[in-house]
Design a protein around this ligand. Structure first.
Ligand code: ZN
Length: 164
């Protein structure tokens, strides 16, 4: 999927869960949005490589970040830093932030993998010592219908977070 689709969808998904657990919509949305932006930039920034094919340059996913276990680590990575920097103490105690917001960041990478597994190039998993691509649907990454639909769903979840 497109990077902006990952960012908005994951921000919506994490913010609706975070708001349900903390009852602090603005803090939850800020944390989810920043975790999503940084985590998804890391996953796609480090997990794509350029392949030159004749006079065309193709962007290819790599197993560096596009496996389920590695995506969990890369998607989670910005979260502890954000909790330290966001000064959440005016709305949440540090313990509350660490026990509610931090675990939510563990779904950032798997949500990215779920969306990429809907595309024709899929994600990677190790089978018999080799990387094998795995996908559950074969849509193009830039399919406008699925990207718009998932972006709208993300915006809906972000908006719903405000009314929880
Ligand atoms: Zn990706």
């Amino acid at each position: 999927m497109l990077l902006r689709t990952h960012i908005i969808f994951n921000a919506g998904l994490m913010s609706i869960i975070a708001t349900a657990l903390t009852h602090r919509p603005l803090t939850s949305i800020a944390f989810s949005l920043l975790t999503s932006v940084l985590g998804n930039i890391l996953i796609d920034g480090l997990g794509h490589e350029e392949v030159i094919l004749g006079n065309r340059v193709l962007i290819r996913r790599t197993p560096r970040t596009h496996t389920l276990p590695k995506s969990i680590a890369w998607g989670f990575l910005p979260a502890p830093l954000l909790i330290a920097l966001l000064n959440l103490t005016h709305s949440l105690t540090l313990l509350h932030a660490l026990t509610t917001l931090l675990p939510i960041a563990l779904i950032n990478g798997p949500a990215h993998m779920l969306l990429d597994s809907l595309t024709e190039h899929g994600i990677y998993r190790r089978v018999g010592g080799k990387w094998v691509r795995y996908s559950i649907a074969h849509l193009r990454s830039n399919n406008p219908l699925i990207n718009t639909g998932l972006t709208m769903l993300g915006i809906l979840m972000l908006t719903a977070s405000l009314s929880l």
